[in-house]
Every structure is written in C-alpha cells, then in structure tokens.
Design a protein. Structure first.
Length: 591
C-alpha cells in the first residue's frame, strides 16, 4: 500500500489592494474606560465597518485588538471603503466621544498563505496609517495613481516618511473626500448611474403654518417626483429621503452634496382662503444658479392641474424632449376627490408610529378615502400596506381577517392601476409575506421597476422576498440600491430590518445583528425585529444578549410561540426555518 502524501499549500505571491485601520489613541481610551471603549469598538465594527466591507466587496483578513486588515478587489474599492467609514463615523450628530480611526491604503505584492496576507504590501499599509491624523485616510503613490479621478477625492503630498522595516522610499498622500463640493453621494455607490442628470425635489415650505397646506405641499412633491421618475433621462432621489429636510432652512449645495445630485427643485406653498400660490425654483448646483423659476396660482380645487403645470415646466426645463406621455401616467392614477387625497396623505404621515392609536387613526382615514373614491388605487395600496404592518406587529384583533383583507386590497390596487410602482411593490410584498407566493411577487416587483427604475420601495421589498427565497446576496444588492436612491429614507428602519433577515439567511449572524440593532435604534417601536434579533444573537453565541432580547420580546408579546411563528414565517428553505427555530429556542423563547 502506497504511503499517503501530505499536501501542503504553497504560499502564493500576488497583487492585492489592502487597507489597515485602527483606533487613534486606543490605549489611552482603554485606560480611561476599558469596558466602554471595547463596547464602542465592537459597535463601530459591526454597525459601520464590517457591513461596509461586505458592501464594498472586501474581505476581512485579520483582526487584532483595535486593528483591522481588509483586502479589496481594487484600489478604488479600498479607498472608497476607507472614506465611507470615516464619513459615517464622523457624520454630523455623532457623539463627541466617538472613536476616531486612522486608515492606510496600499496596493502591492502580498504573500497569500491561504489563511492571511503578509509581505511588504501589508507592512506598508500598516506603517503608513501611522502618518494619518485621527479621522484621516492616507494612501501610497500607487493607490493615488490607480484611483486618479475615479473617485471625488483630492490628494495631498506628505512626502516619503521613514517606515520601520521598509528599506525603500514610499510616497504617502493624505486624502480628502470632495463630497461637499462635488455633489456626489456619500455612501453605497452600488446603483450603476450613467451620465443622466440627477435631481432632488425638496419639501415645499408652507407659508402661513396651516396643517392642510402641509398635506397639500407633500402631495405636490410626491406627484412631481413620480412624474420625474418616469423620465428615462433623469435620476431622481426618492421622496422618502426628503423628509429629513422638512421644516429646515436648507443650503442647496449642502443638500445636493448629501444626496448626490446636480439639480435641486425647491419652493413654497402659500394659502389664502381657498386660493393657493406655489413658487418653484430649479437650481443647477454646480454654479448655484437658478435655471428656472415660476409662480403658479390657482384654487385649492385645481390642485391637480397646478401639479401638472409644475411637472410639465420642470420636465421641459431639464429635458425638452420629454412628451406628455411621461407625466400623463401620473394623472391617470389620481383621485378626483380632494378629501380622499388628503385622507391618504394624513394616513401616510402617521403610518410608521406603530402604536394602536395611530393604527386606528390611519385605518379610519383610509376607510374614508376608499369610501369617497372606490377607484382610488393609492388608497387601497396604502390600506394593504397598513394591514401588513398591523399583522406583522401583532396588533391586529383579527389577524386572519386582516391578512385576507390586506391581500384583497393589494390586488384591487393593481387592478385599478397596474402602472403605479408603489401599488405594485406593496402588492408584491403582501403577496410574498402574507400570501406566501414569492415567485408571483417577484413578477410584480419587476413590473414596478420596469415602470420606474428609481422606485426605492420596489428595490427594497424585492430584497425582502429574495431573502425569503434563500437568495441573500441578491437581496443585499437590492438593499444597496435603495440606500443609493434613498440615503435618508424614513423607512430605512424597515430596509435595515430586511438586510438583517437577508444576512441571517446567509448565515452571517454578526452582520445580521448589526442591521437589526440599527433598525431598532431608528424606530424603537418596530418590535417585530426583536424576533429575528434574538435568534441571530443565540446562533452567534451571544447567549446573554439573546436572553435579554427575548425578555423584551415577551414583555410586548407575552403569548409568543416559536412553533406558531416559524409556521407562519415566509422563509421557503427548510434549513433556514430550522435555524430560525433553533435560534429562537436557544434564546429562551417558549416553544
């Protein structure tokens, strides 16, 4: 019998783009508050650095103490990740006590032994990062040359500092992300933008302070965005990302930089009795010049005609070739009842509070809208959306009846208007989540995106369904598109929860925990997230945390049953359901 041969893998030399990051002053911070510093470092890794590694197609090679070594497919990916984590960590409103990072990026030969990376390429990244100030990124000359103008950054020469155990001179450059001036999106550069103009429609300021004017202003903005989104010549930031700017004094260049657009439409609504005056202005951000300004006067009863006139003027200003067909479809799905229209707007403004009182109020408003106009597709779609949340949050007095009604309203919405992306997306989610028909749902999402490729809700809800189908990587790509279109979406809590489900399905429990915690911080009333979070924590080995989460869940849902939940949950793969059940039971929840 021939002797067995032990096969040992030979280390390989290859080119790699690597980033080395650590926490500035970590030892000093540990001396001041070791437990607090460790908790902040863990949260920063899981909630910012590691999710962005995945999103930038990177690979965490090694972690030791407060330091990370990460490999990326290109210098562009590596530098974009480095700038993203610094920007996310030092965003406005971050705690003054937040940890500050130093990052070095290099591209060079490395030695890959199958487990880790070694060699000068790694050593140089680890050495040059010491030249970075807290909150700064530094790169080698090789990275600077390869990145060039592919990212909106500027490089500042730091010379060739002596590097320990490196016997050749290395040119080092500090990096400044020119986001404030260039008007490009800060995070999640995943959607393939072309050279088409990009535009954001800001909330209209209401002059006079009447609540009814606020609702009408919201409706004007919504329909203008819907019309612009149908133009194949424009990229439009979705309406949900505009909520954070409502009621603020807004600097157009700052807003454009945060949203990554070249054009901004802003304006105001003034009411005098039943008379309305809407003033709109289109700004070309690059030169801060108003390229179009117009005033629209009319009666409240003519609000739809006013919206049409504004939309036609904006379209013709940006894209002269856009025809009446581009925005005519928006009119086709409207109601002729102003009262029904306002009922839907009011319900939408309260829908995500997730309290019994607001669910009751939104239900009354939507019932009234459907009564006033039985052919108003958006009213039925919004009702289906509300009922879906009511069932998912276990706040329904009649879960089976409300689930059936959600499907009925969703299907009626797309029957009434098969061209409305919102109705198609909501119907897809309801049919997938409640109706357990995910393949049919995907067809509806595709229809929505064929009509409006900028429909953030269609991208996001199709991500949920792909996760249910056991396709987590495809799901995460969908969510990344959402974050490009809607960087400040008030529904981000829901999309982050969906990302947590996708990562759970992919077996990446720590990443799942990061997304789910982010969802809960954004909307603490979104308690349905606790179910998946408890399971992910248990399977990640965080038993104490899992039991604490289970206690919170049982305080809200004292009758929670693992068997009943798993039976109704829409995951389609047996292995995913078994892991979910095992995690929930391990977290201490009752069978």
């Amino acid at each position: 019998m021939a002797a067995e041969t032990l096969v040992v893998s030979t280390p390989k030399r290859r080119l790699a783009a690597v980033a080395f990051a650590d926490v500035a002053g970590f030892s000093r911070l540990m001396g001041l508050d070791d437990v607090g510093t460790i908790e902040k470092w863990r949260a920063l890794r899981r909630e910012v650095m590691e999710p962005l590694i995945l999103e930038s197609e990177g690979r965490l090679v090694e972690m030791a103490g407060d330091a990370l070594l990460v490999e990326f497919p290109s210098a562009v990916h590596a530098l974009r990740w480095a700038c993203d984590i610094q920007q996310a960590n030092e965003r406005p409103g971050a705690e003054e006590t937040a940890l500050r990072l130093r990052v070095g990026v290099n591209i060079d030969d490395v030695i890959d032994d199958g487990d880790t990376l070694q060699g000068d390429g790694v050593n140089i990244a680890a050495r040059i990062h010491q030249a970075a100030e807290p909150g700064q990124v530094v790169v080698t000359g090789a990275v600077m040359e390869l990145v060039g103008s592919r990212l909106p950054v500027s490089f500042h020469d730091l010379g060739s500092p002596p590097l320990k155990n490196i016997d050749r001179p290395v040119r080092v450059f500090s990096v400044r992300w020119e986001q404030q001036d260039a008007g490009v999106a800060l995070h999640h550069p995943y959607l393939e933008w072309s050279t088409r103009p990009s535009i954001a429609v800001l909330p209209l300021r209401t002059i006079g302070g009447e609540a009814e004017s606020d609702y009408l202003a919201d409706g004007v903005v919504e329909d203008i965005i819907a019309g612009l989104s149908r133009s194949r010549a424009l990229h439009v930031i979705a309406r949900a990302s505009m909520w954070r700017f409502a009621g603020e004094q807004m600097d157009v260049r700052s807003v454009a930089a945060q949203l990554g657009v070249g054009y901004v439409l802003s304006g105001s609504v003034r009411r005098s009795g039943t008379r309305l005056r809407i003033v709109a202005e289109l700004i070309h951000v690059a030169n801060s010049r108003a390229i179009w300004t117009e005033r629209f006067d009319g009666d409240e009863s003519e609000i739809f005609e006013l919206q049409d006139r504004i939309l036609a003027s904006v379209l013709s200003s940006i894209e002269n070739a856009v025809s009446e067909i581009e925005y005519g479809a928006v009119r086709s799905r409207r109601t002729s009842s102003l009262d029904a229209y306002q009922c839907v707007l009011k319900a939408s403004s309260l829908l995500y509070d997730f309290t019994p009182a607001t669910f009751s109020l939104t239900g009354q408003a939507l019932d009234r809208a459907m009564e006033l106009d039985p052919r108003y597709a958006r009213a039925f779609a919004t009702s289906a959306w509300r009922l879906n949340f009511l069932v998912a949050e276990q706040l329904s007095a009649d879960p089976e009846g409300d689930a059936a009604k959600a499907i009925e309203h969703a299907e009626k919405a797309i029957y009434l208007d098969p061209t409305d992306p919102f109705s198609l997306a909501v119907a897809g989610h309801v049919i997938s989540f409640i109706g357990r028909r995910p393949e049919e749902a995907l067809e509806l999402f595709d229809s929505a995106l064929n009509i409006d490729s900028s429909s953030a809700i269609a991208w996001a809800l199709s991500g949920d369904t792909l996760a249910y189908l056991g396709r987590p990587d495809e799901a995460m790509k969908r969510f990344r598109n959402v974050w490009k279109l809607n960087p400040f979406d008030r529904l981000n809590f829901f999309w982050w929860g969906g990302a947590g489900i996708a990562e759970f399905v992919g077996g990446r429990y720590h990443e799942s925990i990061g997304w789910l915690k982010r969802a809960l911080r954004a909307n603490p009333r979104f308690v349905a997230t606790l179910r998946m979070l408890a399971a992910a924590q248990a399977l990640a080995g965080e038993q104490n945390e899992a039991q604490a989460t289970s206690a919170k869940l049982l305080a809200v849902y004292p009758d929670f049953s693992v068997a009943r939940f798993v039976e109704l949950y829409p995951l389609t793969r047996k292995d995913d359901l078994e892991r979910l059940e095992r995690g929930l039971l391990s977290a201490g929840l009752p069978r």
